[in-house]
Design a protein around this ligand. Structure first.
Ligand SMILES: CC(C)(COP(=O)(O)OP(=O)(O)OC[C@H]1O[C@@H](n2cnc3c(N)ncnc32)[C@H](O)[C@@H]1OP(=O)(O)O)[C@@H](O)C(=O)NCCC(=O)NCCS
Length: 277
């Protein structure tokens, strides 16, 4: 007789994270401190900026289902202000309906910065949305990752360290999700030089899954207008070899490759997952 097999609960850190309440997501993935990154805080200020030392901005984390429509719309408007030109210049074009739908994906988490006190009104008691980042724990090309869908700072707050803080929260979540979550990934238009410089400064490298310039059948050349960047999670137990591999500088762009028939899947051309851009 064969002993009946005990059914193992099918769980992985991605599904577990996506099932958590917002309060538990914050407690389990944002609050535990991670060396190298500023710890999670529910307020932010810029004491170093003359005349702004007293300003206090609030920081919250929630999923779209627990956010009001006005907040989601304010986030959308920020994307429109900072990035619609980049979309319009790309092959994707700016598609407001598509973006609004993507921004309501249930497994997203939003980290939203609002304020300061003098901008709070009876109509908008928390103050306007001035910056946000959104993320999703997900499987990407077989890897468990945190995908950074958006990061946008209002122009007047850019350059004061808020981008570093918010992107750091993405790495904190990736770290605290635990193995096998291995990196934070994001997509960026190649025309967005400022953001590319920012990501490079913060240790992001071109990911192995980034599209490459390649020769298509028929002699045409495909030149991508976006790239995929990633930053590996460094964990305490990593061996020196693993650490060195994760911190290795980015590789140079490869020369054009011939298009492979494997690009087609199930009769349809394989589409890039819509994330970040
Ligand atoms: C890109 C963006 C998120 C950066 O946020 P930010 O708040 O302006 O950046 P920070 O002030 O936090 O900069 C962090 C560090 O990166 C450095 N940095 C920023 N841009 C840089 C660049 N282009 N090249 C080199 N370093 C750069 C800063 O000097 C700073 O370094 P320090 O911490 O050692 O002083 C913000 O400018 C933004 O929202 N841009 C418009 C929307 C956008 O393009 N989003 C990205 C879509 S893919």
């Amino acid at each position: 007789m064969v002993a009946p097999k005990r059914r193992r609960a099918e769980s992985n850190p991605i599904d577990t994270a996506n099932k958590k309440s917002d309060a538990d997501f914050i407690k389990d993935y944002l609050e535990p401190k991670v060396p190298e990154f500023k710890p999670w805080a529910t307020s932010w200020s810029r004491p170093g900026v003359p005349g702004c030392a007293d300003e206090v901005f609030s920081i919250t984390c929630a999923s779209p289902a627990n956010m009001d429509e006005e907040t989601l719309e304010e986030c959308f408007e920020l994307v429109e202000i900072t990035s619609s030109n980049d979309y319009e210049m790309s092959t994707q074009k700016w598609r407001p309906g598509h973006k609004r739908k993507e921004m309501r994906s249930p497994d997203l988490k939003y980290i939203v910065v609002r304020g300061p006190q003098h901008a709070m009104t009876p109509k908008n008691p928390k103050g306007p949305v001035l910056a946000f980042t959104s993320l999703m724990p997900a499987f990407e090309e077989g890897h468990a990752v945190v995908y950074c869908y958006e990061i946008h700072i209002s122009r007047w707050l850019q350059g004061d360290g808020l981008g570093r803080l918010l992107l750091g929260y993405q790495s904190i979540v990736a770290h605290n999700l635990g193995p096998p979550v291995s990196k934070v990934m994001l997509t960026c238009f190649l025309s967005n030089y400022y953001a590319l410089g920012f990501y490079k400064k913060l240790g992001f490298k071109v990911d192995e899954s980034a599209p490459k310039t390649r020769e298509l059948r028929g002699g045409k050349t495909f030149v991508p207008d976006y790239t995929i960047l990633s930053k590996a999670v460094v964990r305490k137990g990593d061996t020196a070899k693993e650490k060195a591999a994760k911190e290795k500088p980015a590789e140079k762009e490869q020369p054009a490759q011939k298009e492979k028939p494997a690009e087609k899947e199930g009769g349809k051309t394989k589409k890039r997952k819509s994330s970040g851009i």
